[in-house]
Design a protein around this ligand. Structure first.
Ligand code: NAD
Length: 250
């Protein structure tokens, strides 16, 4: 198994790509903490993994709050003794907006998508330094590389911040055997918070810019996260992996 004896936290694992990643990690032998604001959904993912013979538990997390992060990382280490993998996946969309220049949305999106990843990184690094290394995988997006219509620019800016804070993490903590990489999904099943980008007409138009001509599946992103999290990627750090059907190659 590719993650045998590893301990992982996946933020935003109650839904979508985070849930797919938690399931995949557990199948590969990891002990997985499903950390999310959605308690019922998060507990259901953990129960499903446990029923299938894996090891998982749900812990409540609000990624924007430092104290919440501390309590999740402390509880993880208390339960499993260490932390090897942090997947900073929790996020909110910027496409459910009427006013593309609204300031409140800027603040909310940056708090969850950028500050949330910084805080997850901070607490992961502190713990990984104690266990002699680890792997951090951050969910950016195609939106972290290029601009888009119909999406509040906070989403692009927040995902751009994830892209470069990942490289800063790799550069600053490589000496501690901590790797950090970003994953950039393209057109995927809509997020819970998606607006315009969940509209079938808009999605059909977006698909024209995808060389593979189809949506990605959540498991295709989970597979990329698995590779970067595992020891198979032992010399990969500071990298960005596009899982976008070729969108960014056009
Ligand atoms: P999703 O909406 O299905 O899941 C996001 C999860 O994050 C939810 O479980 C939600 O409860 C959680 N979350 C939101 N705010 C939180 C907070 N403050 N604290 C803790 N948890 C919080 O979305 P998804 O499609 O699975 O997206 C996962 C990641 O991938 C996000 O970072 C997203 O921006 C990114 N992404 C998504 C797409 C897409 O099209 N779906 C494309 C590129 C990148």
């Amino acid at each position: 198994m590719r993650l045998e004896n590893k301990v992982a936290i996946v933020s935003g694992a109650a839904s979508g790509m985070g849930a797919a990643t938690a399931r995949r990690f557990a199948k590969e032998g990891a002990k997985v903490v499903i950390a999310d604001m959605l308690e019922a959904e998060g507990r259901a993912v953990a129960a499903e993994i446990t029923a299938a013979g894996g090891i998982a538990q749900f812990l409540a997390l609000n990624v924007t709050e430092e104290a919440s992060w501390k309590s999740v990382v402390d509880a993880t280490v208390a339960a499993y003794g260490r932390l090897d993998i942090m997947v900073n996946n929790a996020g909110i969309s910027g496409s459910a907006v009427n006013d593309l220049l609204e300031t409140g949305i800027w603040d909310r999106v940056m708090a969850v998508n950028s500050t949330g990843v910084f805080l997850g990184t901070k607490f992961a690094v502190e713990q990984m330094q104690k266990n002699g290394g680890g792997s951090i995988v951050n969910l950016s997006s195609i939106s972290g590389v290029v601009g888009q219509t119909m999406v509040h620019m906070s989403y692009n800016a927040s995902k751009g911040a994830v892209r470069t804070l990942t490289k800063a993490t790799a550069v600053q903590f490589g000496k501690d055997n901590i790797r950090a990489n970003s994953v950039h999904p393209g057109l995927m099943p809509p997020m819970r918070t998606s607006g315009a980008t969940a509209d079938p007409v808009v999605r059909a138009k977006m698909l024209k810019a995808v060389p593979l001509g189809r949506n990605g599946e959540v498991d295709e992103v989970a597979n990329a996260i698995l590779f970067l999290a595992s020891d198979e990627a032992s010399y990969v750090t500071g990298a960005e992996l596009y899982v976008d059907g070729g969108y960014l190659a056009m």
